[in-house]
Design a protein around this ligand. Structure first.
Ligand code: AP5
Ligand code: MG
Length: 223
């Protein structure tokens, strides 16, 4: 299955991509995570992306398209992939279509997570993650089961993203509305867009996505 999770900053793309990756066993391509890893490693791409990300702007289409093209072509993505954070511009969407067409593949579905801007700011400013394995949490909505201990790896140190300050979040939202929202009519016209209520709680959003992908039945069958 080849999927895109589309939505504004804090909509829950990463949260739902993690779930889908576990359920479907296909690779998850989170461009924000890939860029943060590049920044942390000090690579050439990381050096170019660092200041742009800190300002809440979009990294250039050329960099992003190259990054995704190389990744989609690797063997672990052959059975399918979940794109989280890509495409973010019409140029990126068209490049993805061209890449898939060369590979003889097509997109199965684009899932839009709909959330109000006010709610997004609350979500992003409360977000933190495990400093070791990256598992995501929230001060109000998703605390670790045991306070201070990561559910997934047992680590006890957590971190917050540099671009999660309220003033940067506003810039990221502006970039979404100006540059990424035009992808909604683009995918609607191709009849691959499903919209879910991203304001609902995490489990309900997952159920709505499963319904959009017709996964509920398969998951019950496979356990
Ligand atoms: P990226 O890392 O992709 O950030 P983003 O799109 O701004 O989205 P977030 O990761 O902030 O939110 P999310 O939708 O994943 O939500 P999450 O699940 O964490 O990109 C960062 C930067 O990289 C960009 O600004 C840009 O500079 C650059 N970049 C990346 N891709 C690019 C591209 N293609 N082109 C150009 N530049 C690019 O959830 C948020 C919080 O809410 C969590 O704490 C979670 O626990 C909680 N939560 C989730 N769902 C719910 C729910 N239903 N109810 C309550 N709480 C919830
Ligand atoms: Mg994310």
């Amino acid at each position: 299955m080849k999927l895109i999770l589309l939505g504004p900053p804090g909509a829950g793309k990463g949260t739902q991509a993690d779930y889908l990756q576990k359920k479907l066993g296909i690779c998850k391509l989170s461009t924000g995570d890939m860029l943060r890893a590049a920044v942390a490693s000090g690579s050439a791409i990381g050096l170019k992306a660092k200041d742009i990300m800190a300002k809440g702007q979009l990294v250039s289409d050329d960099i992003m398209i190259t990054l995704i093209r190389e990744r989609i072509d690797q063997s672990d993505c052959k059975p399918g992939f979940i794109l989280d954070g890509f495409p973010r511009t019409l140029t990126q969407a068209e490049a993805l279509d061209a890449t898939l067409s060369v590979l003889g593949k097509h997109l199965d579905r684009v899932i839009e997570l709909q959330v109000d801007d006010k709610k997004l700011i609350e979500r992003i400013t409360g977000r933190f993650s495990c400093a070791k394995c990256g598992a995501g949490y929230h001060d109000l909505f998703k605390q670790p089961k045991q306070a201070g201990i990561c559910d997934q790896c047992g680590h006890t140190t957590f971190s917050r993203r540099d671009d999660d300050k309220a003033e940067t979040v506003i810039k990221r939202l502006e970039a979404y509305h100006r540059q990424t929202a035009p992808l909604l009519p683009y995918y609607r016209q191709k009849s691959v867009l499903s919209s879910v209520d991203g304001m609902a709680d995490i489990a309900e959003v997952t159920r709505q996505i499963n319904r959009a992908l017709e996964l509920d039945k398969k998951i019950m069958e496979n356990g």
